[in-house]
Design a protein around this ligand. Structure first.
Ligand code: SAH
Length: 256
């Protein structure tokens, strides 16, 4: 590795600070510089060694996030200075985390990096909301999809294919497009009665879960003033949550 530094692109997990891996925690404790994102739990930063430089790369309310090129430049700069650098990201770095772009930018400068996976928010939030993403007899597949490409210059998401090709859809960055996504799926023939869950601030102590159907979820989200970060989970597997809740409350009643 040239430059003497070490860059670790690290997943911090979905929100609950305890859901970080042992390896990620070790890198965090050893780092000279930590460049962290908005979705990283602040509590995790308390594990940085004293004197570590903490650099916030996320979006302050009403401001732009640090541009990706600036983040890349900083990673390169600190690595070349011989620092142990941690790039700490919410969830997993390679799931809508731009970790691949950062790894490529480093490689282009001859700097090797390691990627330490994290529990992505889909996995964390599904568990915390009692929704099995796959479930025997109900869901044999799930997909993680971005909801931010309903309109725009990037390759559009093929909602028509996803409507039928995947059992459980987990949509990231989709809150502002919720109505459009639901309409796209229904226009592609997905039943309007398909269950939907919205998991806000999943795995944190401020988690909220709202449920509805493709037909009414936009109204439910608006009425509840759904906030980011939130995931949209669509599919029959969402129904297991209610079954589980019923069973748990009846077993509590039996134990009481
Ligand atoms: N790399 C991250 C995703 C970053 S994209 C990961 O692997 O999870 C940002 C999107 O992730 C948000 O718009 C939201 O849809 C989702 N997200 C991240 N943390 C979340 C949380 N705690 N609860 C619900 N959704 C979350």
């Amino acid at each position: 590795m040239s430059g003497g530094g070490r860059v670790s692109i690290v997943g911090a997990g979905p929100g609950d600070p305890e859901l970080i891996t042992v390896k990620a925690m070790r890198r965090l404790q050893e780092a000279d510089v930590i460049l962290y994102d908005r979705l990283v739990s602040e509590e995790l930063l308390a594990y940085a060694k004293s004197g570590a430089l903490l650099v916030y790369c996320g979006k302050a309310p009403g401001h732009h996030a640090m541009p990706q090129e600036v983040i890349n430049e900083q990673l390169i700069k600190y690595a070349k200075e011989g620092k142990a650098v941690v790039r700490l990201k919410g969830g997993d770095p390679f799931v809508f985390g731009r970790g691949g772009e950062e790894a490529l930018a480093l490689a282009a400068h001859g700097i090797a990096c390691e990627v330490i996976p994290g529990i992505t928010s889909a996995i964390g939030a599904a568990a915390a909301a009692d929704i099995p993403l796959t479930h025997r007899g109900i869901a044999a597949s799930f997909a993680c999809v971005t909801g931010s490409r309903c309109h725009g210059e990037q390759e559009p998401v093929r909602w028509d294919l996803l409507a039928h090709g995947v059992d459980t859809l987990v949509i990231y960055m989709g809150v502002s497009q919720l109505g459009n996504i639901a309409r796209e799926l229904m226009a592609s023939g997905k039943d309007g009665a398909t269950p939907v869950a919205l998991v806000e601030k999943g795995t944190t102590d401020r988690q909220r879960v709202l449920t509805g159907t493709l037909r009414d979820i936009e109204r439910i989200a608006a009425a509840a003033e759904l906030e980011n970060p939130a995931l949209i989970v669509i599919g029959e597997a969402v129904k297991v949550r209610a079954q589980l809740n019923r069973l748990l409350s009846s077993s509590e009643a039996l134990l009481a």
